[in-house]
Design a protein around this ligand. Structure first.
Ligand code: NI
Length: 196
């Protein structure tokens, strides 16, 4: 009888242990997938390109993307980044034709499609400039977890903004970022990996 009680107690411990572990695992898994969804970079956007055509993220499916947020009145970070991307693209050789570089403005107030078109003449002809209403730009910023803030300057304003370049696959999935201060060799390796 005593032996039976002891086995019963062990069985109970095992069952309770198994059930509570399953519940905890369930919570952990669902919590993890929720976190992954919340931190996913990239997503739907609806904007107007520098030729005045309405475009969405779906129009770029099939092309690996280098996505950059900036503005044409930017004194340094944006022109530096665009020149750098143009130079790196040249080093990619024939593969470069598949890569699309998107400049999404954080200053839609001044960056009309015509202003973007004028500005982009100084860079690689493959760069696509994107603008839209403030709401559309805010939605794109939100999708990429990017940041932009208006800063008063010299009677006008300038924009503080995320300086990373987002590398996205042709299926629209986030791959990695190029940091503004990253070495060209490392940035080039990331672009090669994206196009492989
Ligand atoms: Ni800038």
């Amino acid at each position: 009888m005593l032996k039976f009680v002891r086995y019963g107690a062990w069985a109970l411990v095992l069952v309770v242990g198994f059930v509570s572990t399953s519940i905890l695992m369930g919570w952990w898994m669902s919590d993890r997938s929720r976190t992954e969804q919340a931190t996913a970079i990239g997503g739907p956007f609806s904007l107007t390109d520098h030729t005045g055509k309405a475009v969405t993220d779906a129009d770029f499916r099939g092309s690996p993307l280098a996505v950059f947020f900036g503005f044409t009145h930017c004194p340094e970070v944006c022109p530096t980044t665009l020149l750098r991307l143009s130079n790196l693209t040249r080093q990619l050789g024939a593969d470069a034709a598949r890569l699309k570089i998107l400049l999404i403005t954080v200053d839609p107030e001044r960056d009309t499609p015509a202003q973007l078109a004028l500005y982009l003449q100084s860079f690689d002809p493959g760069v696509v400039g994107l603008t839209g209403s403030q709401e559309q730009v805010d939605a794109a910023l939100g999708a990429f977890k990017a940041y932009a803030k208006k800063i008063p300057a010299d009677g006008g304003y300038t924009m503080d903004h995320t300086a990373n370049v987002y590398l996205m696959t042709g299926e629209g999935a986030f791959r990695t970022m190029i940091d503004y201060h990253e070495a060209d060799s490392s940035a080039l390796a990331k672009l090669r990996m994206l196009l492989r």
